[in-house]
Design a binder for this molecule. Structure first.
Ligand code: ADP
Ligand code: MG
Length: 689
């Protein structure tokens, strides 16, 4: 039973359209538009007893009111309730507010009380004028604050959800229970309608802290459902993929053997095991859906190359997609080195390949080029493969599911699909594996090549920068090479580039005996490539770089890394960066250069970096300190947006999910559809799959 939004009071075509932009199409959807937080306006606080820093409801009489002229005029109103005084400050105000808030008026205000220079103050409180003698009751429920969009005020959300909740309680709207009964009973979770009602309108005695932290049973109830929905949606997606047909590639090719015999090293046991897992998938007539997960430097590329050779040796095309230009270029270099001697020339495709070069590349892919390497550009419109048999996606968490699927579609001829190999270095905590990657087979390269020595890591305050620079000079004097990474968070490429240029300039002045190179995201691909090549060949001693070198860059002789402003970076990023050293035979070190004073979180991050190089431990800690969105990099991709669930906080709920998900998929496919529709939203995002 679904009610149209326009059945509600106050919803005309304009509002309906706004809501629809937010994914709200029916009254039921309003019930799933959940508050972000709550305010307690259920009782009045005595001004004299208010603690600064709290958000409270107060009431009092205006003692004094004046416009204070300064650089900006401000309306200041002194409010008193007999127990104390508070200054209300309005930086934006209209003329009529001066009269409305004149001496003698009784006001009820809600806002944060702060300790100001002249006693307690509230800046821009929300307020109502109380008519003396007329009963004005306080709220009887906690006030929900909804996530909103421009032009939609909190009052609108209250008005809309009020109507939706009344429809629910009057039985005019039914919320179908989609969780198996056994599950809610075992976990002692409330029913869906109870949970929803509680979360929208918590009673005055509700535990606001638990609610704010989304740690209330009512929220667990919804989180459970949401996590389950994401799990089944990913599983179903991957199952459907697997049900399609793909070219079976059972026999080892000559080129694989040749490649192995030419490698200057033996594969580790872990690499061999994962290679076998992959080739066993490839020999099936259904598309492989495998995630290969191995810490930075574990040697995923060789394994990917073997899979690529298997496909090419059987006459199928291969596409390798990486999230950044610099990483894709790195693959291009490595694969060219391996493949050119076998007479195979990779086709390069990035968004910077344009004009004739692009036309030529596209033509080659549409005819007989065996392998393409590139960025997002590979999955864009206009790119067509003749016979795509294998798609390799590196560092996949940077791509959204739909991007990965779009590339697969390039090889789809209606019935068949290419095999898919996903490689990621970001260690995935189990909790994430159970949602974002549900339904993929997982291989782990859990062993580093022999002879790798853990990187010695120190944290050094910026006041000892001179010392660090001398250390760089000493290392480079001994034929070692070093990275100097300049980091600025959430600034544009241009600003990052400027900062890196300034650092390079300064270091060149101080270290004029060294050859210092510079790479940043604003350089042309060819320039970047030239610098990287010089560094790889040892012509550059010290490479100053922005975080563009974060992923994939591989120069074994580089054994010292300085990371500037390390305190501003997250753990995943620090781990990735540090993974650029420690790849050769010499003992490597990493200097985390920070600017004091360190905040608590920053100190914890630097400590963990000093203590361990174990990617899993670092990832778990990262999840704990920052939350999963950051770990997966979903801020860029929007891939995993939970409304209620939080993978770090709700880890305990996840245990139950796989079993329930399996049983739902097997026995209640219709519930699965509804769950996905309710929580993951419009399933057509993944349509065509
Ligand atoms: P990642 O897993 O981070 O992508 P790479 O595939 O770039 O790691 O490998 C890192 C480095 O280790 C490369 O220089 C690669 O040639 C080398 N390497 C890979 N496998 C082995 C091995 N079994 N023994 C020695 N070196 C290896
Ligand atoms: Mg790699």
């Amino acid at each position: 039973m679904s009610q149209a939004l326009t059945d509600l009071q106050g919803v005309g075509p304009r509002l309906q359209e706004r809501l629809s932009e937010l994914g709200i199409h029916a009254v039921e959807d309003l019930l799933f538009h959940l508050p972000l937080r709550y305010e307690d306006r259920t009782h009045l606080h005595a001004i004299g007893a208010v603690r600064p820093g709290t958000r409270v409801l107060i009431e009092g009489e205006v003692e004094h009111s004046a416009i204070v002229r300064g650089r900006r005029s401000m309306l200041v109103v002194v409010l008193s309730d007999g127990t104390g005084r508070v200054n209300l400050r309005f930086f934006h105000f209209r003329a009529h507010q001066k009269t409305q808030l004149a001496r003698g008026a009784t006001l009820r205000c809600f806002g944060e009380v702060r300790a100001g220079y002249q006693g307690l103050e509230m800046v821009h409180p929300s307020y109502t004028r109380i008519v003396p003698g007329r009963e004005t009751p306080v709220a009887d429920r906690l006030t929900p604050i909804y996530p909103s969009a421009e032009g939609l005020g909190q009052n609108t959300w209250i008005r809309l959800t009020d109507q939706a909740l009344s429809a629910l309680s009057a039985g005019k709207l039914e919320l179908e229970e989609l969780l198996p009964e056994g599950m809610t009973r075992n976990l002692r979770l409330p029913s869906l309608a109870e949970a929803i009602t509680y979360i929208h309108r918590p009673p005055p005695d509700a535990d606001v802290t638990a609610l704010t932290e989304r740690n209330h049973p009512a929220q667990h109830r919804l989180a459970m459902e949401e996590l389950l929905a994401h799990n089944v949606s990913m599983q179903r997606l991957h199952r459907r993929q697997r049900a399609r047909s793909a070219p079976a590639l059972p026999a080892e090719t000559e080129s694989e053997q040749k490649f192995l015999s030419r490698l200057p090293f033996d594969l580790t046991r872990a690499q061999l095991r994962v290679r076998d897992e992959i080739t066993s998938d490839l020999s099936q007539s259904h598309p492989m859906q495998r995630l290969v997960h191995g810490d930075v430097g574990s040697g995923k590329t060789v394994v990917a190359a073997l899979a690529a050779l298997r496909a090419m040796g059987n006459g199928y095309q291969v596409a390798i997609m990486a999230p950044t230009e610099i990483l894709a270029e790195q693959h291009l270099r490595v694969f060219s080195e391996w493949l050119l001697p076998m007479g195979i020339e990779p086709i390069w495709l990035s968004s910077k390949v344009t004009g004739k070069a692009r036309t030529a590349a596209l033509e080659a892919l549409a005819t007989d080029a065996p392998i393409a390497i590139g960025t997002h550009a590979l999955m864009q419109e206009g790119v067509a493969f003749r016979r795509l048999g294998l798609v390799i996606v590196d560092e996949q968490h940077r791509f959204g599911v739909h991007q990965r699927m779009a590339l697969l579609e390039k090889g789809s001829d209606g019935s068949g699909q290419p095999h898919q190999l996903i490689m990621t270095a970001t260690p995935i905590p189990r909790t994430l594996a159970m949602t974002a990657y549900a339904g993929l087979e997982v291989s782990v390269i859990d062993e580093l090549p022999a002879g790798r020595k853990p990187v010695t890591t120190v944290a050094v305050g910026n006041e000892r920068r001179g010392e660090v620079i001398r250390r760089v000079a000493a290392a480079c004097g001994e034929e070692r090479q070093a990275y100097w990474v300049c980091t600025l968070i959430e600034e544009s490429d241009a600003i990052q580039a400027q900062a890196a240029e300034a650092v390079a300039q300064d270091l060149r002045e101080r270290l004029d005996e060294l050859n210092i190179g510079l790479v940043h995201g604003r350089m042309k691909a060819a320039e970047k490539q030239a610098v990287m090549q010089d560094f790889e060949r040892g012509n550059i001693h010290l490479l100053v770089a922005t975080t563009v070198i974060e992923v994939g860059v591989d120069v074994p002789n580089a054994s010292l890394m300085i990371i500037e402003n390390a305190e501003r970076l997250g753990l995943a990023q620090l781990h990735q960066l540090r993974g650029r050293v420690g790849r050769g035979a010499v003992q490597s070190s990493c200097v985390l250069l920070y600017t004091a004073p360190l905040g608590d979180l920053a100190r914890q991050r630097l400590d963990i970096m000093r203590q361990t190089s174990d990617g899993f431990r670092i990832a778990e800690k990262d999840l704990e300190l920052r939350g999963p969105g950051e770990v997966l990099g979903t801020r860029q991709t929007g891939m995993l947006q939970f409304r209620v669930a939080d993978l770090a906080r709700d880890a305990h709920l996840l245990q139950r999910i796989p079993a329930v998900a399996d049983s739902l998929l097997k026995h209640h496919p219709e519930q699965v559809d509804k769950l996905i529709k309710r929580w993951v939203g419009d399933a057509s995002r993944f349509a065509g799959v």
